[in-house]
Design a protein around this ligand. Structure first.
Ligand code: HEC
Length: 129
């Protein structure tokens, strides 16, 4: 009986690890991405507060705000889920590191999505199909 419980708890712990792993990879809630009510003004505010440090002039290898060609290329080669995951968790880009949450620790997921959409809107692009 005890053995059985032990086995069960190991399974539960193992499963929750798997869940976390999944979350960290790419299972961002698509429903959230698709139904998110865009607030460009909020996006601009977030951009000016945090993203601007790197994305205005390309500091640290970041893509410059109005570099339409590069932003367009990102949308062509990556899913919006991937781009959003990269912003949320950060990643090592070929030109430099993109910090987790764009270095805006207090930003909500909505704030970050607004900020991405703001960048894209400056270039007349959108992650919405
Ligand atoms: C410390 C500098 C820095 C800050 C601050 C920063 N970024 Fe970045 N960002 C980067 C770099 C560097 C890259 C990757 C360049 C590359 O691909 O080599 C990047 C890439 C990106 C990408 C492209 C992701 C992809 O999948 O290709 C997006 C979108 C982005 N940043 C949005 C933001 C937003 C939104 C903020 C603010 C909330 C922000 N960044 C703040 C440096 C920064």
């Amino acid at each position: 009986m005890i053995k059985y419980f032990l086995l069960l708890s190991v399974c539960v712990i193992f499963n929750s690890c798997l869940e976390n792993q999944k979350k960290n990879n790419e299972t961002i809630d698509l429903h959230f991405l698709n139904t998110h009510k865009l607030d460009i003004k909020n996006g601009q505010k977030i951009f000016n507060k945090s993203c601007i440090t790197c994305h205005l002039y390309g500091t640290g290898g970041a893509i410059i705000l109005n570099d339409k060609k590069n932003w367009e290329n990102i949308l062509k080669t990556k899913t919006m889920q991937k781009v959003y995951t990269n912003v949320l968790y950060g990643y090592a880009g070929s030109k430099g590191p993109m910090p987790k949450k764009g270095a805006c620790q207090e930003c909500s997921e909505t704030d970050l999505l607004d900020a991405i959409e703001y960048i894209l809107s400056v270039n007349r692009l959108s992650i919405r199909k």
